[in-house]
Design a protein around this ligand. Sequence first.
Ligand code: GDP
Length: 363
Amino acid sequence: MDEHYCAGCGVKIQTSDEHALGYAPKSALQHDPVVCQRCFRLTHYNEIQAVSLTADDFLSMLSRIASRDALVVYLVDLFDIMGSWVTGLQRFVGNNPILLVGNKRDLFPKSTNDHKLMSWLRRSAHEQGLKPVDVLLMSAGKNHGIEEVAVNIDHYRNGRDVYVVGATNVGKSTFINHLIRQAGEDAVITTSRFPGTTLDFIEIPLEDGCSLFDTPGVVNAHQVAHFIETRDYKKIMPTKEVKPKVFQLNEKQTLFLGGVARVDYEGPSKRSLIAYVASSLLIHRTKTEQADDLYARQLGHLLAPPSEGVRLPEMVRFDFRTEETDSDVVFSGLGWITIKGRGARISAYAPKGIGVSLRPSII
Ligand code: GDP
C-alpha cells in the first residue's frame, strides 16, 4: 500500500486497527485529500475520538527542536495562562529564541489595556524562566492581529525555520490555518473545541526554502479542560467577550462561580467585586459563614457546573491582600474577579491544579 498522511493532523494513515492512531477505512484512500477517521469525525460531527499518545511521546517529539537552529513561536491561551505553560519548554527548545504570542484576546473586554495585558504576560513568562524576544497578542479565531504576528515571525526568524509550539487547545491549528490561507492553500488542519486534536509535525514550506512546522499540542495537566467534563466545559469556557458583573459585597460575604471556584471577601468594609466569566457560569452570593455548608449541600445543583454527581479535585485555598489600587484574582481558564481598591483581604478557592493568582487590574 502507498503511504498516506492525514491532511488534517499529519499522522500516518493505517487501515488495519480501528482503535489506533491514523486509522481510516480503505475507501477513504480514494479521496483527495485523505484524512484519518478521527479528523473526519471532528470536522463533520465535531466529535473527538481518543487515541493513545502519552504526554511523554509529545514531549520527546518536541525535544527534536533543541538540535535545530530555528525561531520558536510559543502560543499561549491568555484566558488559561497557567494551563498554557509547557513545563520545561526552554529545555525542549534549547537556545533558540522564543516569540511569545498570547491568543484569544477577543475573550477580554474591549476596554482591556493591551499594554497591561502584555506586561502581565511577560511577567508570567519570566516566572516560568522564559525570556521571550518579544510578546504579542492576537485573536486567531477572529483573524485579529495575525498579520502582525506573521510580520514579526518573518523579522525574528531571520532566514531560519519556524516551530510553532503550545499546549493543546491554545488555538495553534486555527492560527496555522490562517497562515496557510494567507498563502493561498486549502486549510485542512483540524480545529475543534476539544483539546488534543493536532498530532505529529506538519511542515509548511516558506518562500525562501525554509519551513514552518506545526508541532503536536502538549497535553498540560493544569488545563481546566482536563478537570471538567466536556458538557460542563462548554458552560465555563467563554466563546465571546466576557462581560463584567458587578457585586457590592459586605465583609464576610462569598461569591461562588458555579461550583468551580469561590471568593471570600473578608474585608475591610463594603467594596465592589467585578466578575469576568462566561455568561453561562452562574454566580451565587452568600454569607461566608454559610459557604461551606452550601457547597456541601448544593454542589451540582444550585452550584453548577459541575453537573450533579461529577467529582472535582478538592478545593485549594489561596489568601491575598490587594496592594494595587485595583487587582484581579485570576482563575486560570475560568476568568477573573476584579477587586476595587487597595487593602482588601480575599480568600480564593479552586480545584487543586487550577492556577489562582493576583495581578494588577488589566481594565
Ligand atoms: P489547538 O489545539 O492549539 O490546535 O487549538 P485549536 O485551533 O483547535 O483551537 C482550540 C479552541 O479554541 C477551538 O474551539 C477554537 O475555536 C478556539 N480558538 C482558537 N483561537 C481562538 C481565538 O482567538 N479566540 C477564541 N475565543 N477562541 C479561539
